[in-house]
Design a binder for this molecule. Structure first.
Ligand code: 5GP
Ligand code: MN
Ligand code: MN
Length: 324
C-alpha cells in the first residue's frame, strides 16, 4: 500500500513540469530540509520549481542550498497546476500559502504525521518515517536521483533535526542507514550539526534564562511547563524561531513524563508545544485542542489568556499521566 503511494507520487512528479512547493508555518529543519530537498530532486529531473513561504527564513538554516530562492507567498501570482506540500499535517498548517492552491491544483501531500488528514489529491503519508526528509529521500531513490551534493545537505538536515540528532524515540535503523548512505556519498555531517542545532545566539540564551525562571511542575512532578511571554520576547529581541528548543528543558527534567511550552502569539492566542518521554501520546492531547503531531512531539494553538490556556492544557495532560 505504501509502495503504491510511492509509485503514484513518482508518477505525479514525472507527469508535471512546473511545481509550487510548500511547507508548514514556523518551519523547522525537517520542513525546510524536505521542501528544499524536494526542489533539488525535481531540478535534477529538469523540472521547474517555486518554493513559497509566508515568513522570512530562519537564520539557523541559511546554509541550506536554495533557501535564498524561497519566494514570499504574496509575490507568487502565477497559477500552478501542480503543487507539493511537505511535512504538513493539514491545510491550516500551510498558512497563507494554502491560498495559492486553486480548485484545479493537483496537490501531492508528502508527510509523516500520524494526524495527517490526507488533504492532497495524492497522498504519500508514512507515520513510521522519522522525518519527511526520509520520505523525500526514498522518493529520490525511486526517481533515480542520487542522495549527494545539495540534495543530501537538505535531506540530512531533516533526518538529523527531527530525530533530535538521532536521539529521539523515532530514531530507527532505516534513518541511520540513510544518513550513513549520504555520508558515504560525500556529505560532511559535522557542519550541519553545528549550524542546525549546536549554535545558539546570545539572545536565545537570554530568553532561555527568562523562560527557565518560570519553569514549574505539576501532577507530582510528572509534568513540567514553562511559558514564553511576548514581554520576554520583546525584552530579549527574540522571535518565534528562537523558542523551538525550550520545551525540551521541561521534558528533560528528571521524573517528568510530559514537558509543555506555552507561547503568547497574536491577540489572545497561545501556541502550545508538547513533548513526551515514554507512554503518553501527546498527539492525542494536541488533537483535543485542534492540533496534532507525533506520539512524542505535538502542538496546538489555544485561546488565551495565558493562565487560562495553562490550566486547560495541564488538565488534559494530567488526565493522561494518570494524575487527573
Ligand atoms: P512544535 O511543538 O515544535 O511546534 O511541533 C511539534 C510537532 O507537532 C511537529 O511535528 C508539528 O508539525 C506538530 N504541530 C505543532 N503544532 C501543530 C498544530 O497546530 N497542528 C498540527 N496538526 N500539528 C502541529
Ligand atoms: Mn516540521
Ligand atoms: Mn517532520
Amino acid at each position: 500500500q505504501l509502495e503504491e503511494a510511492y509509485r503514484r507520487a513518482e508518477e505525479f512528479l514525472r507527469s508535471h513540469h512546473r511545481f509550487l512547493l510548500l511547507t508548514h508555518v514556523h518551519p523547522d529543519g525537517d520542513a525546510l530540509g524536505s521542501v528544499l530537498g524536494m526542489a533539488s530532486v525535481l531540478k535534477h529531473l529538469g523540472k521547474e520549481v517555486v518554493v513559497a513561504h509566508e515568513e522570512p527564513m530562519p537564520e539557523r538554516f541559511s546554509y541550506l542550498p536554495g533557501i535564498g530562492e524561497v519566494r514570499p507567498v504574496d509575490e507568487v501570482t502565477d497559477v500552478f497546476p501542480a503543487a507539493v506540500s511537505v511535512d504538513c499535517a493539514d491545510l491550516r498548517r500551510l498558512g497563507k500559502a494554502a491560498e495559492k492552491l486553486t480548485a484545479e491544483t493537483r496537490l501531492l501531500n508528502v508527510d509523516h504525521h500520524v494526524t495527517n488528514d490526507r488533504f492532497g489529491t495524492e497522498n504519500l503519508v508514512d507515520p513510521y518515517a522519522s522525518a519527511s526528509c526520509q520520505i523525500v529521500s526514498e522518493l529520490a531513490k525511486h526517481l533515480g536521483v542520487p542522495l549527494a551534493g545539495e540534495t543530501a545537505i537538505c535531506l540530512y538536515t531533516g533526518l538529523f533535526t527531527d530525530t533530535g540528532g538521532f536521539r529521539y524515540s523515532n530514531t530507527s535503523s532505516a534513518v541511520l542507514r540513510l544518513a550513513a548512505e549520504m555520508i558515504d556519498g560525500g556529505l560532511d555531517p559535522y557542519p550541519i550539526a553545528l549550524q542546525a542545532v549546536e549554535t545558539v545566539t546570545e539572545k536565545q540564551l537570554r530568553l532561555l534564562v527568562a523562560a527557565l525562571d518560570g519553569l514549574r511542575t505539576a501532577a507530582k512532578g510528572k509534568i513540567a511547563y514553562l511559558a514564553v511571554t511576548r514581554q520576554m520576547m520583546e525584552e530579549t529581541g527574540t522571535g518565534v524561531e528562537d523558542t523551538q528548543e525550550l520545551v525540551n528543558y521541561a521534558r528533560n527534567l528528571a521524573g517528568v513524563e510530559v514537558g509543555v511550552m506555552f507561547r503568547e502569539e497574536g491577540d489572545n492566542e497561545i501556541k502550545v508545544s508538547l513533548r513526551a518521554k515514554y507512554e503518553v501520546n501527546v498527539s492525542q492531547i494536541a488533537a483535543q485542542f485542534g492540533g496534532g503531531g507525533h506520539p512524542r512531539a505535538a502542538g496546538c494553538t489555544v485561546q488565551g489568556p495565558l493562565d487560562k490556556a495553562i490550566r486547560q492544557v495541564l488538565d488534559a495532560v494530567a488526565a493522561q499521566v494518570g494524575q487527573g
